[in-house]
Design a protein around this ligand. Structure first.
Ligand code: NAD
Length: 480
């Protein structure tokens, strides 16, 4: 059985505890590898290594840092098949999705920041009173990066790449539920010649390893993606220590469909935005609002398409949906179907666990599920389910749909379907979300700010925003 190792000070190391945790393959429900059960002692070693490496790395020229990040990107691309298969085995997602989305985007993250850092410049402000200001933008030191299980390498690299590009050293923790590609990334970093101590990856539980990173006095900056409850706890620990904090948290994203949309284009994308990655993308639209004149047609066509989705072996090209990430997550998602029924919802399709055959019998598969008839304020429509479950709700006016869309405590992303540019602009202005997609979904330009409002997070990732977050500004004012 494969035994993963931490990546500390440039070497693959065993955890000090010498204890290992089980790592499951969601498609079979069986343990297939072991991951280090690290603790604060491993984190301390990682911090020591990162602190030691910081002086040299922060003084390495941007060109040289860029070249190494570029090499990492190229190696990810060269290992596309191996990484996609590993991501699928670890997470349950179809290999085809990992090949199309997760791994290419992880490579792109490194390539984007390898080049972005070459264009990153500090500001200068001249004053009328014969004075000029310029701003230094220095790396912060040791950055703590913590990521979730749904898009493992993609989100891990989304933090690590800008942190390293900006000249920081990093202590990072992937989710203990999906650690495999982060482990493979350590091997890639060694091969790419990343100097020792610049990136350190410590595996293990959140309350042990994650907590030790967040509370470490020598880590002045935390970049976290995960659940809102965890984010709240992290903020409570980090705020009194005056750490820089970026939090990318949960969502309950609305998809808003107007009668004047391009129906076929909309339908194709809305099937994806509902069920890609088994609905486990923080940007998935789990509340679908449809203008009433289009409601019946949408319902009939959508259900037909959803019923055609193939839930199956993630290794097969023909599979649209693989397994959910864990038994406990599957049970949580199923419990929301029960709740929806209690709240008066009608399950139009799906709603149950699927038992596949052979060695996939114990895998954590679930039918794509569509529910109607729920009040927009009920728990099913307010709480993040994070699985293959969507609700459909009719609306008549823009103001009504805005009220429903904006009613949750979240505000991450939204997707709006209309061919009326005025309506699109109006709703974009009024909607509570950090990201608005008009007539599209999941289209990403890495230069744009990425993140949410309300309880979906604090701060923005992407482009210059991330480089600014991972650097500390210092203003110098000169009178002449
Ligand atoms: P989670 O909060 O349970 O875990 C995220 C990470 O935090 C894991 O690595 C975990 O080990 C670690 N962690 C747990 N407790 C910790 C602690 N006390 N201190 C420090 N670290 C700790 O989230 P999850 O279940 O892995 O991921 C799903 C959630 O992530 C969903 O809510 C989803 O919406 C959210 N998410 C948000 C975005 C975004 O960009 N906004 C992207 C992807 C996922």
């Amino acid at each position: 059985m494969i035994q993963l190792q931490n990546y500390i000070n440039g070497s693959l190391t065993t955890p000090i505890s010498n204890e290992y945790l089980d790592n499951y393959n969601p498609s079979t429900g069986k343990v297939y590898s072991k991951i280090p059960d690290s603790d604060h002692r491993d984190v301390q070693m990682a911090v020591d290594a990162a602190k030691k490496a910081f002086e040299a790395w922060s003084n390495t020229s941007k060109d040289d840092r860029s070249a190494i990040l570029y090499r990492i990107s190229t190696l990810i691309e060269q290992n596309l098949d191996r990484l996609a298969e590993a991501e699928s085995r670890d997470n349950g997602k179809p290999v085809s999705l990992a090949k199309r989305v997760d791994i290419p985007r992880a490579a792109h993250n490194f390539r984007f920041y390898a080049t972005a850092i070459l264009h990153f410049s500090s500001e200068s402000h001249s004053m009328e009173s014969n004075a000029i200001n310029y701003t230094h933008r220095d790396p912060v030191g040791v950055a703590g990066c913590i990521s979730p299980w749904n898009l493992p390498l993609y989100l891990f690299s989304w933090k690590i790449a800008p942190a390293l590009a900006a000249g920081n050293c990093v202590v990072a923790k992937p989710s203990e539920i999906t650690p495999m590609t982060a482990f493979l990334l350590s091997e890639i970093c060694i091969e790419a010649g990343l100097p020792k101590g610049v990136l350190n990856i410590v595996h293990g539980y959140g309350p042990k390893v994650g907590e030790a990173i967040v509370s470490h006095p020598d880590i002045p900056l935390i970049s976290f993606t995960g659940g809102t409850q965890t984010g709240k706890h992290i903020a409570q620990v980090a705020a009194p220590m005056f750490k820089k904090l970026s939090l990318e948290l949960g969502g309950k994203n609305p998809t808003i469909i107007f009668e004047d949309c391009d129906f076929d284009k909309m339908l194709n994308t809305v099937v994806s935005s509902s069920f890609d990655n088994q609905g486990q993308i923080c940007l998935c639209g789990s509340r679908i609002f449809i203008q009433d004149s289009l409601y019946d047609k949408f319902k009939a066509e959508f259900i037909k398409r959803v019923d055609g989705l193939k839930v199956g072996d993630p290794k097969l090209e023909t599979t649209n949906m693989g397994a959910l990430v864990s038994a406990s997550h599957l049970n949580k998602v199923l419990s929301y179907v029960d709740l929806a029924k209690e709240e008066g919802g009608r399950v139009l399709t799906g709603g149950s666990r699927i038992r596949l055959e052979g060695n996939l019998e114990e895998g954590w598969y679930m039918e794509p599920t569509v529910i109607e008839g729920l009040d927009y304020q009920c728990r099913t429509n307010q709480e993040e389910i994070f699985g293959p479950v969507v609700t459909i709700t009719p609306f008549s006016t823009i103001e009504e749909v805005l009220k429903m869309a904006n009613s949750t405590k979240y505000g991450l992303a939204s997707s709006v379907w209309t061919n009326d540019i005025n309506k699109a602009n109006y709703i974009s202005k009024k909607i509570h979300a950090g990201i608005v997609w008009i007539n599209c979904w999941l289209l990403r330009d890495l230069r744009t700010p990425f993140g949410g409002v309300k309880q979906s997070g604090v701060g923005r990732e992407g482009g210059n925003e991330a480089l600014q977050f991972f650097t500390e500004p210092k203003n110098v004012c000169i009178k002449y």
